[in-house]
Write a protein of this length. Structure first.
Length: 201
């Protein structure tokens, strides 16, 4: 999915929504990384999707922008991007190629049916919280290091497709989501009117 300039090639609607099918209805998750290409990628253009996204920088640096904020990620650092958040990335200063692991998955993979306790108690509060569009993850913070360990387990399960990888992926992502729901701080102030609107969703 790279173009002739090694940029991430995707199709987006006029409103920026990415028009790509993620995984299958049975297993709505898709993994991308350096093994998919002959090298890394260039710029990942602006887009958004209802799925959740996890990125971990492998080599070089990565300039990630999400919800209007920009973060420089070093190797071994990552970012969580919430549903519906406009985001993009590009190689950091001094680099022309981006190497990162990226897992995109639908919230239902973890939350199940919308009426489940997993969805109502954990997923929905995060998905509808306008103050938490993303979370930068660095290993210097205990809960973030633990979260990245869950990410890495999910990455390995999807890539290796060992027997039962679907269960292993879901288990790792479930543990990761619990950490994000309970530990990730707000990254921006939200007007009270917007908070009231989110409560009605």
């Amino acid at each position: 999915m790279l173009d002739e300039n090694s940029a991430w090639k995707t199709t987006v609607a006029p409103d920026g929504r990415e028009l790509v099918t993620i995984g299958t209805p049975e297993f709505p998750a898709e993994m991308w990384g350096p093994w998919n290409f002959e090298g890394g990628t260039g710029k990942v253009p602006w887009h958004w999707h209802e799925e959740l996204e996890l990125n971990m920088t492998i080599w070089g640096t990565e300039q990630v922008t999400a919800d209007g904020k920009s973060f420089l990620l070093e190797p071994g650092q990552g970012v969580f991007v919430n549903s519906g958040v406009l985001h993009g990335s590009e190689p950091g200063p001094g680099h022309d190629t981006l190497y990162h692991d990226s897992l995109v998955f639908h919230p239902s993979l973890v939350g199940g049916a919308s009426g489940s306790v997993f969805w109502q108690k954990y997923l929905q509060p995060l998905l509808t919280d306008p103050s938490r569009p993303c979370a930068v993850l660095r290993r210097s913070v205990d809960w973030q290091r633990e979260t990245m360990g869950c990410m890495e387990r999910a990455f390995r399960a999807v890539v290796n497709e060992i027997p039962g990888y679907e269960f292993k992926t879901r288990a790792a992502l479930s543990e990761m989501m619990y950490l994000l729901v309970t530990r990730a701080p707000a990254t921006r102030a939200v007007p009270k009117k917007a908070l009231r609107s989110a409560d009605r969703i």
